[in-house]
Write a new protein. Structure first.
Lengths: 162, 463
């Protein structure tokens, strides 16, 4: 192949990438700008600390924070439909990064704080320390090795997921 | 300090890749054990329960497999193949060896930072900012080496493999930079955008890097191992271009509907390169199928190619919203990712290693029978792994869409499949240990008792 061939190869490759960036980053940014009206208040310092612990311990590898439209009525954690309402872009305005997750080895947590037990801070702390005390068949690891103040922060973050 | 010797960079990348293969397979096996028997955690001494926990091991398993093993094996392959297709030496062995050192520092960085909890919490992009920058520099150096070699070439025609390597070496750094947001210390975008960019990157790590460079390697291996000329070069070039987005990884998510629909359309376009490669593969292999009995490298390559086609078919199916609703978030996807990663791209890398290493060290592979065991243990082990995950995934999907079944019931239903996966995974681990031993013995020049038989053959035919 001659020099023009090389130029053709380079230019086309970069064009393909630019097309990808255009349709996945630039157009979405223009078409649907991040909602100005967030559905949740900004994180407090303590909640943000909890979110960082959630990220650090890799909670998001097993728990999604994303309810899909077709499962709103049927998604079940304990009772039918308790998965909560569909996730909207405004739910993630203050999330950097957004923790949508990809796997559900455990239940979805997008609205965990709206479930009866999930609204109780002490429940979260006890459950994080010893999940098997609440659910003997769970595969969730214990987080009893985390210091008490980190567990508190983590629970405070989980309480924001309404 | 950095070697000028011809082939030293390729050799170094192969050896490093094998070392970085052993670590993630053991981590993976341990994670599979934890998922099957979670109470194992009680046996871990409590000061170590932070670092040795599923949530911190998972990124180590994934990223060391991606960047440590497969990417390094790919670079080894590219450094081996490029001079052979251009008719000149590698542009700079020294630059290649520098990239090798930097890349190993990057891997060691992953090995240290992840258990300590330093993470950016984004899929395939967990590496902290200094590691991102280091990696970006490394892959740019590799790109310079590839383009420099091609510039000096004696061969007039650019074979399709070179197209693939050159394109990958330009786009991969760009995708990495955008996906990891290297200009920002936090490495994350905001809210919705973060997820869209993250999956643009996740998808293209596979589509731009592993598929594009992988097809380049495959188009070299196919004629080489089958002994037939490539059926149609023109057809291969036709399959070169496609358009890539990644939002089909998050169908039904909060992203705009138009983006999801567009990504489904683009995903369907991936049928073109799939069909092109399949046709070329079957036409080139005509008359050479019997060779898989003699050549273990060809055997790895053929299984990898057939499963590549299968991966693409599965991938197209997942990109439909209806099917995605069933299998998304389930263990099916874990099966799919291991199909793509282990059963096809890694199999191509194994084929490449068995083909190239004898040329690089100038002596045949130490043991043919070890290589044979490596093939069978890996192939059977990963099949058990994938099939158990697919069954498990469909069970989860059906339970969840049924509604009213408590979540813990799906967790309980997973147990037998998790155990099967663990056993399949253990076979894969044993297979990789045999590979590592075989490569080590080949490297130090040990002579196997049975090698006298194969010593009369040319190195490339010995395995």
């Amino acid at each position: 192949m001659n020099r023009e061939g090389l130029t053709y190869l380079t230019v086309t490759s970069i064009l393909v990438l630019l097309t990808g960036i255009l349709v996945t980053i630039i157009v979405p940014a223009l078409e649907s700008p991040l909602p100005t009206q967030a559905s949740r208040p900004p994180y407090t310092e303590q909640e943000l600390r909890g979110k960082l612990i959630y990220q650090r311990e890799g909670c998001w590898y097993c728990h999604t924070q994303q309810v899909r439209r077709p499962e709103v009525e049927i998604g079940t954690v304990k009772v039918r439909g308790d998965i909560g309402p569909e996730s909207r872009p405004e739910d993630f305005v203050y999330d950097k990064p957004a923790l949508w997750g990809t796997e559900r080895q455990g239940p979805d947590l997008a609205h965990v704080a709206s479930r009866p037990y999930g609204a109780v801070k002490e429940w979260h702390i006890l459950h994080l320390k010893d999940p098997r005390a609440f659910e003997p068949d769970t595969i969730m690891p214990s987080f009893a090795h985390l210091p008490e103040d980190e567990l508190e922060a983590l629970a405070d973050y989980l309480l924001t997921l309404k | 300090m950095l070697s000028y010797k011809e082939g030293s960079a390729a050799k170094g990348f192969f050896y490093s890749a094998v070392v970085w293969l052993i670590i993630p397979v053991f981590v993976g096996l341990f994670m599979a054990m934890l998922l099957s028997y979670p109470t194992l955690q009680h046996y871990i001494p409590s000061p170590l329960r932070g670092p040795i926990n599923f949530g911190r091991l998972r990124p180590m398993h994934v990223n060391l497999a991606i960047f440590g093993w497969l990417s390094m094996a790919y670079v080894a392959g590219i450094f081996y193949v490029t001079p052979r297709l251009t008719g000149v030496r590698l542009y700079s062995e020294r630059l290649g060896n520098l990239a090798l050192v930097l890349w190993n520092i990057f891997n060691i960085g992953i090995l240290i930072t992840f258990p300590l909890g330093y993470t950016q919490a984004r899929e395939y992009a967990e590496m902290v900012w200094p590691l991102d920058v280091l990696f970006l520099v490394t892959i740019i150096l590799i790109g310079i080496n590839i383009w420099g070699t091609v510039r000096r070439r004696k061969e007039g025609k650019l074979y399709i493999s070179l197209w693939d390597f050159m394109a990958a070496s330009v786009i991969f750094p760009l995708v990495y930079a955008v996906g990891n947001k290297v200009w920002d210390f936090s490495g994350a975008y905001n809210g919705l955008t973060d997820n869209i960019v993250n999956y643009f990157y996740v998808h293209n790590l596979f589509n731009i890097w592993f598929t594009t460079a992988g097809l380049g390697l495959a188009y070299y291996l196919l004629p080489k191992l089958s002994g037939n000329p490539l059926y149609s070069h023109r057809l291969a070039v036709w399959g070169f271009f496609g358009v890539w987005t990644g939002q089909h990884h998050q169908l039904w998510g909060p992203a705009p509907d138009w983006l999801e629909i567009m990504t489904v359309v683009f995903s369907m376009m991936a049928a073109v390169p799939t069909l092109v490669f399949s046709y070329n593969f079957f036409m080139t292999m005509r008359g050479s199928w019997g060779r898989i009995k003699e050549s273990i490298a060809l055997r790895f390559f053929v299984v990898g190619a057939l499963l590549w086609i299968f991966t693409c078919v599965q991938g197209l199916a997942h990109s439909l919203r209806s099917f995605s609703m069933l299998v998304h978030f389930t263990n099916w996807v874990v099966g799919h990712s291991h199909l793509a990663f282990v059963a096809n791209y890694s199999f191509w890398a194994f084929a490449l290693l068995y083909l190239a290493l004898p040329h690089l060290v100038k002596r045949p592979i130490y043991s043919r029978s070890l290589a044979m065991y490596h093939f069978w243990l890996t192939a059977v082990g990963i099949t058990i792994y994938m099939v158990s995950m697919w069954i498990a995934g469909v069970i989860q999907g059906v339970y969840w869409l049924q509604g009213g079944i408590p979540f813990i019931e799906t967790v309980k239903a997973m147990h037998p499949y998790f155990v099967a996966r663990m056993l399949g995974g253990a076979m894969v681990v044993v297979g990789q240990l045999l590979l590592a031993y075989n490569v080590w013995q080949t490297a130090r020049g040990a002579v196997h008792t049975k090698q006298k038989v194969t010593a009369t053959l040319a190195p490339q035919e010995a395995i």
